[in-house]
Design a protein around this ligand. Sequence first.
Ligand SMILES: CC(C)(COP(=O)(O)OP(=O)(O)OC[C@H]1O[C@@H](n2cnc3c(N)ncnc32)[C@H](O)[C@@H]1OP(=O)(O)O)[C@@H](O)C(=O)NCCC(=O)NCCS
Length: 163
Amino acid sequence: MPEITLLDRSHDRAGFDCGVPELNAFLKATARQHAQKGISRTFVLTDGTPAILGFFTLTLCELYSEQLPPPHARKYPFHGLPAVRLARLAVSRKEQKKGYGELLLAEAVHRTALIAEQAGVTGLFVDAKDDAARQFYERYGFRAIPGHFLQLFLPIETVRAAN
Ligand SMILES: CC(C)(COP(=O)(O)OP(=O)(O)OC[C@H]1O[C@@H](n2cnc3c(N)ncnc32)[C@H](O)[C@@H]1OP(=O)(O)O)[C@@H](O)C(=O)NCCC(=O)NCCS
């Protein structure tokens, strides 16, 4: 039964390969350090063994109202808007196309709603790696930021509605 938990030393980080070297390297070398330092948190999907099927990383960021897709920009007339940032999302190459990416994204959206309840955030922001990743996020209601084709935003109303 797949489960999503905080990354810890029992997980096989070295055995993970999503086909993107920077994402593999982040999981292997940086994710736990960043969690310890309070920079971000990484959650892994496993089937109860040390193997990592996929992972995502959340952190916080600050957005300017001009960075939001209209009509959200009009709603927030000031700068320095708090948001959650989906800093990484990846599924192991041999486990792709089985619905795990969707499962991880749903968990990231759920955790964004929890953060919003405690601290208040305007939504979930993501920097898509490429056009394919952009299309993946758009399926789930993320909207591109004007002039920034690969930067997408899921407004807090959509985050709440999904929870
Ligand atoms: C993008 C990624 C996370 C998707 O994970 P996945 O487990 O293969 O995706 P899922 O099986 O949950 O797919 C969910 C839906 O999105 C679609 N989808 C998956 N990858 C897609 C892509 N690259 N582009 C467009 N749509 C995609 C699937 O077809 C599926 O739709 P369907 O149910 O109608 O068939 C995965 O391919 C990956 O890790 N890629 C390498 C790293 C990467 O690009 N990460 C994004 C960082 S910005």
